[in-house]
Ligand binder design. Structure first.
Ligand code: SAM
Length: 363
């Protein structure tokens, strides 16, 4: 597999851009680099960015070797009180057949995942108020009791400080909450008025203070996104210094207000993954399902560009298609949960190795 295939027929990287990659490489340790400068690597007319990807790969290998960590993703509910304009499970999408798994079903999915070799279980869902803190505590303690060597990651959206704290004390290790965009006006363009830019950011700092390993991130190519906003995203991530950065292309969903918008690009996503790896050598960085949706080899290319995590779906097959955030989402069929075997082969093809460990951050 060769990343050069992505850039066939495009001009070579310029000397100036090469210098920028070198500067970026040193930026984690010694050299100052402005985020506006970095953005020049992302938005200038298309060029062969293999040099950038190779630099990111070197850094990733220095920190994590050839290891790729897996997270078993349980999408436990597609009920959501929020109405994000880009998201297929938004409250106002009446075409969604809604489902929610019981606490027992969630724990049993995690058991199955453990048997398949997963040592991190991710609980992700819409903001479904029918689960109380006590419900989530039961689920977390259930997983921890059955599998003490397993990490529990939460991706439950915005909650109160007390709730985050309770769930942490019950044994949750990590929390994923994408900031979505670091520009307030852009945030307000992507979300309805009742959602708060400030609250989302504040949540991330609260989660950090409580002691979670924290993940932030954004969609690439989301409607209205500009290079300036991407520079702000990078500056915000620098300031927050998260342990994980979740970042994939925006993919339209036909039954949302952004259903006719353009999807985020493959090359923008790959270049951004490499830039992130160079700016944050230690970070846990997934090659997302959305990336695999916009290109059949998207996740493999993602790994070769600096990503070191994959998150296959562990939800019961009957509900997988219903957690439809965007059009044509992959891995929603029979094959997906137990697709570890297939994933294992796909990862090997890229020259890396899927490992069955918790895969904590190495700062
Ligand atoms: N409710 C939780 C939250 O808000 O963090 C977790 C579920 S939410 C659906 C998970 C992520 O899906 C969001 O952070 C968003 O970035 C991503 N997402 C939603 N719609 C998407 C789309 N159309 N294309 C790509 N990613 C999307």
């Amino acid at each position: 597999m060769d990343l050069r295939d992505v850039y066939k027929g495009l001009p070579e990287i310029s000397t100036q851009q090469k210098d920028l990659v070198e500067k970026l490489k040193k930026s984690a340790e010694e050299e100052e680099i402005s985020m506006e400068e970095v953005i020049r690597l992302l938005v200038e007319p298309e060029y062969d960015a293999t040099y950038l990807h190779q630099a990111a790969d070197e850094v990733r290998r220095a920190h994590y070797g050839r290891e790729v960590y897996t997270r078993g993703l349980i999408e436990f509910s597609n009920f959501c009180r929020n109405n994000c304009l880009y998201c297929g499970i938004r409250r106002d999408n009446r075409k969604v057949e809604r489902y929610r798994l019981s606490c027992e079903e969630i724990v049993s999915c995690a058991d199955e995942g453990y048997g398949l070799g997963f040592r991190t279980i991710v609980l992700q869902g819409g903001e479904d108020g029918s689960y109380s803190d006590e419900d989530f505590c039961r689920i977390i303690s259930g997983i921890r009791e059955h599998h003490p060597d397993c990490a529990v990651t939460l991706s439950l959206g915005e909650r109160s400080y007390e709730s985050y704290k309770k769930l942490f004390q019950e044994g949750a290790d990590r929390y994923l909450l994408r900031h979505e965009t670091a520009d307030k006006a852009h945030y307000e363009y992507l979300h309805p008025a009742e959602m708060s830019f400030e609250h989302r950011r504040e949540s991330l700092y609260q989660l950090k203070e409580i002691g979670y390993q924290v993940g932030a991130g954004m969609m690439l190519g989301s409607p209205g996104q500009t290079p300036e906003y991407l520079a702000k995203d990078l500056a915000f991530l620098k300031e927050l210094s998260p342990d994980m950065i979740g970042m994939g292309p925006f993919v339209p969903h036909k039954d949302t207000p952004f259903g006719k918008e353009q999807q985020g690009g493959l090359t923008l996503t790959l270049k951004m993954l490499s830039v992130i790896r160079l700016l944050f050598p230690y970070v846990l960085l997934p090659a997302t399902t959305a990336l695999g949706t916009i290109h059949p080899l998207g996740r493999e290319y993602g790994l070769m560009s600096g990503a070191n995590v994959v998150m296959p779906n562990l939800s019961p097959t009957e509900v997988r298609k219903l957690y439809s955030l965007y059009n044509n989402k992959i891995c929603t069929g029979e094959e997906s949960a137990q697709c570890v075997g297939c994933l294992d082969l796909r990862v090997k093809e890229t020259g890396y190795e899927l490992v069955s460990r918790r895969g904590d951050v190495r700062r």
